[in-house]
Ligand binder design. Structure first.
Ligand SMILES: [Zn+2]
Length: 172
């Protein structure tokens, strides 16, 4: 089965451009921090499947299988937390946007690897900037004096993801 799916190729956009791209997606879907992600996935033609066996050998939390621009499946592991799943869903959407729609190559694609490759990093940049847009994150960080629990609740991300974003933005 895997032979008929290509692997994601990096788009090589700088992080600032990926931030702009995620801003446009946020605007298009009128997404507010913490909103449910399923309506966005469904509006794009995707679905979310939970599976406790499939894919787990290759990826520790999820994968995406894209058949065509309006048909894709995001597969999540059963054992992960809801907040972690939200990051994974956005990571997989990052593959869908950056490595499928922007690539203009319409052959089926499957992204099932995690790690440090350029394509994986790009998908993580998309996910982080979608869930925690820089300006909103800075504002809220200052409002709550960097309280990770409140940041986690507001943006519906793990405290770890909020801490990584705070470090990335150079917040104290
Ligand atoms: Zn990935």
């Amino acid at each position: 089965m895997s032979e008929q799916y290509r692997e994601p190729e990096p788009c090589y956009l700088p992080r600032s451009e990926i931030n702009k791209f995620s801003k446009a997606v946020i605007k298009h879907f009128n997404y507010n921090p913490g909103d449910d992600l399923l309506p966005i996935v469904q509006a794009l033609g995707g679905c979310i499947i939970y599976d406790d066996l499939w894919e787990l050998k290759e990826s520790d939390s999820g994968s995406v299988v894209i058949e065509n621009p309006t048909e894709f499946r995001i597969i999540l592991a059963n054992h992960t937390s809801r907040l972690r799943d939200r990051f994974t869903i956005c990571h997989e959407l990052g593959h869908y946007f950056l490595h499928y729609l922007l690539s203009k190559e319409r052959t089926p694609m499957r992204a099932a690897r995690y790690g440090q490759s350029r394509a994986e990093t790009e998908a993580n940049w998309f996910a982080a900037s979608f869930l925690m847009p820089e300006e909103e994150f800075r504002d809220y960080y200052n409002t709550v004096n960097g309280d990770l629990l409140l940041l986690s609740e507001n943006f519906q991300v793990s405290q770890q993801a909020a801490a990584v974003m705070a470090r990335h933005l150079g917040l104290p």
